[in-house]
Design a protein around this ligand. Structure first.
Ligand code: FAD
Length: 351
């Protein structure tokens, strides 16, 4: 079979890429082996404000402009409701934080998203002695549902093969690539933290940051917004809430741990005071980079081999715009922003 693109991995990066290729009527075949879980377990929040220090997220507003229509199109395609717009209530820890909030509200890049009036806490099960600030234009995408629907759809159209991609079977020929029976113009690796097994790109500094989340059932809580303090408390409906997330830089497995659960429960008890029951506990490794920028671009010696990785902690928002930029680069020779181009790490590459 002769196609335009082979793709390895169908998480948020793979989906955004497939959407972009489909819009341009380019053909593709995807391999997916379920070795990574980052997209499946993701909280799914999109939020253009760094809530720790009230700074704008890098290119956050631009990313949102592309991401929101992307999820709308996917909702229409699968007749599903993935995107639920929800404000975030940031609990302040001190008067100083309240003052920082007022200052942040005057910054032009933050103004559209921050409500200047600080709010009183009206929920007696939430602990917020220093009141709350409201972030607007934010929400949550049901990523697991989207990924599962997308995989099933591609599989039913013969465009997804549920197996591990064997790197040693890829042949780089003069004018094309050969993989088993398939001939392709290019390959894009979208493997998330699976990059460490990729002999063509594992020289890149992908760090991988494990995260754990729990889902609780808390009938008394009655939250409509996401609450952010020591942890996120995200309403899922039916009195279920996702609580997350941990950050661990040494463990690279997808397995939930007792230590992760304890940490989340301890922090959760500083935020809510009602009874709850833990229903689910999940983990995944975020594909993070030392400079917190994505990893896109062509292999230094084999330009038909390309990478779409490094989505870090915010793949929901960033993947659609990045997919557009990558395909423009590959199809129309558009320059990649040097901040996202893997050539910034060329010094690590050894033949
Ligand atoms: C606990 C947690 C909470 C998070 N919360 C949020 C959030 O609220 N908002 C947000 O925007 N982001 C969040 N993230 C980050 C987000 O999940 C990532 O940015 C995003 O999922 C990365 O997508 P990806 O497609 O690059 O990688 P992945 O989702 O890891 O996808 C890579 C895919 O490639 C496949 N693969 C790898 N190697 C091979 C191979 N050799 N052959 C075949 N298939 C292969 C894997 O099975 C996997 O499906 C969170 C992450 C975690 C872990």
């Amino acid at each position: 079979m002769k196609i335009d693109y082979l793709i390895v991995g169908l998480g948020l990066a793979g989906i955004a890429l497939v959407e972009e290729l489909s819009r341009r009527e380019l053909s593709f075949l995807v391999f997916e082996d379920e070795s990574q879980t980052s997209s499946l377990v993701a909280g799914g929040m999109y939020n253009p404000v760094v809530l720790k220090r009230f700074n704008p997220v890098w290119k956050g507003a631009e990313q949102l402009q592309v991401a929101l229509p992307h999820y709308k199109r996917l909702e229409a395609k699968f007749r599903a409701a993935y995107d639920r717009q929800m404000d975030i209530l940031r609990i302040f820890k001190s008067i100083e934080e309240q003052n920082n909030w007022y200052e942040a509200c005057d910054k032009p890049r933050l103004k559209p998203f921050l409500e200047p009036a600080i709010e009183d806490n009206r929920n007696e099960d939430i602990k917020a002695d220093f009141r709350l600030g409201r972030v607007k234009g934010t929400g949550r995408v049901k990523v697991r549902e989207l990924v599962n629907d997308y995989r099933a759809y591609l599989e039913s159209h013969g465009r997804l093969i549920r197996e591990s991609f064997s790197y040693d079977k890829l042949e780089v020929l003069e004018k094309e690539l050969k993989y088993k029976d398939h001939l392709a113009k290019r390959i894009v690796f979208c493997e998330g933290n699976g990059l460490s097994d990729n002999p063509y790109f594992n020289w890149l500094p992908l760090e991988g940051t494990k995260g754990e989340l729990i889902t609780i059932h808390a009938p008394g809580l009655k939250l409509k917004e996401v609450v952010k303090s020591a942890v996120f408390v995200m309403p899922l409906g039916n009195d279920l809430y996702k609580i997350g997330a941990t950050f661990n830089w040494s463990d690279k497995t997808n397995l939930p741990t007792e230590q992760g659960r304890e940490e989340l429960l301890e922090k959760l008890k500083t935020v809510i005071s009602c009874d709850f029951e833990v229903r689910e506990h999940e983990a995944g490794v975020r594909p993070t980079t030392p400079d917190r920028r994505p990893l896109l671009g062509k292999h230094p010696d084999h330009p038909r081999l390309t990478l779409f990785n490094g989505l870090g902690t915010r793949g929901v928002m960033s993947s659609p715009l990045l997919a557009q930029q990558l395909v423009e680069h590959l199809e129309n020779q558009a320059e990649l922003d040097p901040e996202i181009d893997i050539s910034r790490f060329r010094r690590f590459y050894q033949v």
